[in-house]
Ligand binder design. Structure first.
Ligand code: IMP
Ligand code: MG
Length: 178
C-alpha cells in the first residue's frame, strides 16, 4: 500500500479498525439497551469515528456535536466551546465520543461542562487512548485501542488538518513530510 509522506508505520489497518468499532458498538448497545442514548461528537476529529460507531450500535441513538478550540500558546487544557450542542441533554444518557484521550485535559473540560447540564449519565467512548501521556485522570468507559507514545493520524486524527480521511491509523513522522 502506498502511504502519504510522513506516514511511517500502520498501527491498525482499516479492517482492524472496522472490526473493533463493531465490537465496541455491540458493548454500547448492551449497556444502554432500553435507555435514551445520545452520542456527542467532538468536531472535527471524532466525526469519522462517530459515524461508524453509530452504525454499529443496535439501539436507537441521537447524535449531536460540539466544537472546541484551544487557546494556543497558553496552559495545556485551556479550551473553550467554539460551537455548542444544538439541544439540551438534561435527563438523557450521554456518551461523549472522542478521537483520542491524550493528556486528558480536553476530556475533563468537556465532562465538567456537560455534567453541569444535568444529564442522566455521562460516559466516555474513545477511538484511541494514550494512557502513557495522561496528566489528569478521566474515566474512559469504552476504548477501541490503546496506543504508544507516538503522534498518529487517520480515522479522523489530523496532522495540520490533513490525513483525517485515512481509513487506517498510522504513526506519523512530521520530519519526513517534505
Ligand atoms: P488531550 O491532550 O487529551 O487534551 O487531547 C487533545 C487533542 O489533541 C485531541 O482531541 C486531538 O485532537 C489532539 N491529539 C492528541 N494526540 C494526537 C495525535 O497523536 N494525533 C492527532 N491529534 C492528536
Ligand atoms: Mg487535532
Amino acid at each position: 500500500m502506498t502511504t502519504p509522506p510522513g506516514v511511517e508505520r500502520i498501527l491498525f489497518t482499516e479492517e482492524q479498525v472496522a472490526a473493533r468499532i463493531r465490537e465496541v458498538g455491540r458493548e454500547i448497545s448492551q449497556k444502554y439497551r432500553g435507555r435514551d442514548l445520545k452520542l456527542i461528537g467532538v468536531l472535527k476529529g471524532a466525526v469519522f469515528f462517530l459515524t461508524e460507531l453509530a452504525r454499529a450500535i443496535e439501539i436507537p441513538v441521537k447524535v449531536d456535536f460540539l466544537a472546541i478550540s484551544s487557546f494556543s500558546g497558553s496552559v495545556p487544557g485551556m479550551v473553550r466551546i467554539a460551537k455548542d450542542l444544538d439541544d439540551p441533554i438534561e435527563d438523557q444518557d450521554v456518551l461523549l465520543v472522542e478521537d483520542i484521550v491524550d493528556t486528558g485535559f480536553t476530556t475533563r473540560f468537556l465532562l465538567q461542562t456537560l455534567a453541569g447540564r444535568a444529564p442522566r449519565s455521562i460516559g466516555i467512548c474513545t477511538l484511541l487512548d494514550r494512557t502513557v501521556r495522561r496528566i489528569v485522570q478521566v474515566p474512559v468507559d469504552f476504548r477501541c485501542f490503546e496506543i504508544p507514545d507516538r503522534f498518529v493520524v487517520g480515522c479522523g486524527l489530523d496532522y495540520k488538518q490533513l490525513y483525517r480521511n485515512l481509513g487506517y491509523i498510522a504513526v506519523m513522522n512530521p520530519e519526513k513530510t517534505s
